[in-house]
Design a protein around this ligand. Structure first.
Ligand code: ACM
Length: 680
């Protein structure tokens, strides 16, 4: 009896293991997915969509489902199989749903219209995955988000993006079950929202007379007028469109800092004596809103129009990076502080934000601001976006204020994502896909109650260097897909699992004309001296399957016809070797290794100073591994860096050699490079 039990258990576990080997390409991954039922749902039959739901919010979702199913087979009023959709209030999470796919029936239940929408999104991803066979394996999914605020921010001030692009972003966000698009509408470099009462905001503030060229501080100025703005009609239409996909648009009207564009249009908003202009370079500017009655009336008027366009329960009021110099020098500000008993300029900022909060609260909305709004005292009902790390978010949660985590190290999509030299110009930092995926939004050090105030996360695309739509897509994708899983999935199945699901999704992005980063296919190369010390073995790794490696040995350009790299290459003469990644018939990435076979090739490195950890990828062997370090990319893994410290290296040759030339490439001029012990 005992043996039988063990056997039965063994058989069951074997069965479960076999079925669960099927990866369902759902992004973000559902919180519960069971494959215990056998069978497959045949998409290639007449399918009847049956629902008892009368809520008009569900109508577009059903329409979307019908439209999509058409590509597989005709929808019929009386089908052979049924797709039943219900509301079910036993599903406790407002965004939750269950989706049961069996051999002859699909049942989708949502807590409300949102859950139904998300269930349909999941189903559509499965239909896409199995579209070749038109057979979806039976599966039961019970799903709800980990976090209620799942956001993305687009800075439309530094560069302006057409409304159609914003709508395209909304489409992809909805597929990823993201639910808040934050639009950074105003800043020093441009005011982007039509305000009818103050037409100069867009007429003057919407345009700058040039933009710095290249990376800050820049290499000249374009001297070209640049700008644009959204009309109220466009924004209202966007809000309506996003609502059909259950995405809220959070508008940001930045104050009291980052206000140059508004001040250029209406100089009375500042008391600072300086040239007024829409800024043409990046950074933080001292000229900020003055806390006068004129400014408060202006902002209230602006907010009246903003509130009429955006039904968002939260209105972002900025609050970050507001220098206090102008207020320190202003007689008006200093008098105001004395009169109101305001102890310093931080408290004056708090006074500013609290007045605005009171106004917004009186209209039935809440304010949200960057974490600087904690300084000088948090406004009573304010929500906080923690960007300078996690500390602001932790502090606000402890004070029982709602928090959206957006720490710079994990959530700033203006950071580089690849070590590939072709990676476009970025703000700085390094935020590869895996780091985004492995972000844990719940900071340590909060007790159970305080942790409930962490309401969500947001990724931000600041656009100083994001000059066009294609570049914006490149910075956003696929990082935002990883981010969506961080926000949605309570226990993420891991980066490798994510990559397996992501790779087929990249084809969908391509089909939707979305330009994405191919960082996933970045190639890492490593060369090793062979045992006979006559040449090198070159190994290439790091490329996610199903991309394939290809190569060319003699400096020839890589093409889709280049030979496949299946085994490590042997290099025994000096040559430039190109290695590429081939994905969907396109060479998506390439590296070029310039090999030099010389007398050092046979030398043994006996001793060498330890390089700085940031520049030690190749180790001591890097001195003579045959690959010349790139002259413009010191992070290519081929350079050893000592950051000003003295270094020494000892190479032993196998036999007496006559050296004509000793070359050591240096990134900086060194005064006392001594080569000892060589016959030069
Ligand atoms: C910010 O990055 N200044 C919020």
């Amino acid at each position: 009896m005992k043996i039988k039990c063990i056997l039965a258990f063994l058989i069951i576990s074997l069965h479960v293991q076999k079925v669960s080997a099927q990866v369902f390409n759902i992004l973000p991954y559902p919180n519960k997915l069971e494959t215990t039922t056998k069978g497959q749902f045949d998409l290639n039959t007449t399918i009847e969509i049956a629902t008892t739901i009368t809520d008009p919010m569900v109508t577009p979702t059903i329409q979307l489902l019908k439209e999509n199913l058409k590509q597989y087979h005709k929808i019929s009023p009386i089908g052979k199989t049924k797709f039943e959709i219900y509301l079910d209030n036993s599903i406790t999470n407002k965004e939750g749903y269950t989706l049961s796919i069996a051999s002859n029936k699909i049942i989708l239940k949502g807590n409300n219209a949102i859950g139904v929408f998300y269930g349909v999104q999941t189903f559509l991803q499965l239909a896409e995955q199995f579209k070749k066979t038109k057979l979806i394996p039976a599966v039961f999914i019970e799903d709800a988000p980990a976090l209620s605020y799942r956001g993305l921010m687009l800075d439309v001030s530094r560069h302006f993006f057409p409304i159609d692009f914003v709508k395209k972003l909304v489409d992809i966000m909805a597929m990823q079950k993201m639910n808040n698009l934050h639009m950074h509408l105003t800043d020093d470099q441009g005011w982007r929202i039509e305000i009818k009462k103050y037409p100069k905001l867009t007429k003057v503030g919407g345009y700058r007379n040039g933009t710095i060229i290249g990376k800050f501080p820049g290499d000249g100025n374009t001297n070209q007028r640049y700008g644009g703005f959204y009309t109220q009609a466009e924004l209202k239409d966007l809000v309506k469109y996003a609502a059909t996909k259950f995405i809220n648009i959070v508008p940001e009207i930045e104050m009291p800092g980052h206000a140059s564009a508004a001040i250029a249009a209406y100089p009375a908003l500042s008391t600072f004596e300086s040239e007024k202009k829409v800024q043409e370079t990046w950074g933080v500017f001292e000229d900020v809103f003055s806390p006068t009655e004129y400014t408060f009336n202006f902002l209230q008027d602006v907010l009246d129009e903003v509130l009429a366009i955006f039904p968002s329960p939260v209105i972002h009021i900025g609050g970050d990076e507001c220098p206090k110099e102008a207020w320190k020098r202003s007689v008006f500000c200093q008098d105001l502080m004395k009169q109101k008993g305001i102890k310093d300029e931080h408290a004056l900022q708090s006074y500013f934000i609290q007045r605005i909060e009171k106004y917004i609260n009186s209209k039935g909305r809440q304010i949200i601001g960057w974490d600087e709004i904690l300084e000088g005292g948090l406004a009573p009902n304010a929500k906080v976006m923690s960007w300078r790390g996690e500390a602001g978010g932790i502090e606000a949660a402890k004070q029982h204020h709602d928090v959206i985590m957006t720490p710079i190290d994990y959530c700033y999509f203006n950071f580089y994502q690849s070590t590939n030299p072709k990676d476009s110009i970025a703000w700085g930092g390094f935020l590869p896909l895996s780091k985004v995926y492995n972000y844990n939004p719940m900071p340590k050090g909060l007790n159970e109650l305080d942790a409930t105030y962490i309401k969500g996360i947001q990724a931000n695309l600041w656009t100083e260097y994001v000059t066009n739509v294609k570049l914006a897509e490149y910075m956003l994708f696929p990082r935002s897909i990883a981010f969506a899983e961080v926000a949605w999935t309570k226990q993420k199945p891991g980066f490798d699992h994510f990559v397996k699901r992501l790779v087929p999704y990249l084809s969908q992005l391509k089909a939707n004309d979305i330009h994405y980063s191919t960082q996933l296919f970045d190639i890492k190369i490593k060369s090793k001296l062979n045992a006979q010390k006559t040449g090198f073995t070159l190994q290439a790794t790091g490329v996610a399957s199903p991309a394939e490696l290809i190569y060319e040995m003699s400096g020839k350009p890589l093409t889709i016809k280049s030979p496949k790299l299946i085994a490590p290459l042997t290099v025994s003469t000096s040559a430039t070797i190109s290695i590429g990644a081939l994905f969907e018939n396109t060479v998506v990435n390439e590296v070029h290794a310039e090999f030099t076979i010389n007398k050092a090739t046979t030398a043994t490195i006996l001793n060498t100073s330890t390089p700085d950890p940031a520049y030690n990828q190749s180790g001591a062997q890097g001195w003579s591994n045959g690959i010349i370090g790139s002259s413009n990319r010191f992070n290519d893994g081929e350079w050893l860096g000592f950051n000003g410290k003295p270094f020494e290296t000892v190479m032993q040759f196998n036999k007496t050699e006559t050296l004509q030339n000793v070359q050591c490439m240096l990134s900086k001029k060194v005064d006392d490079l001594v080569v000892e012990g060589f016959v030069v």
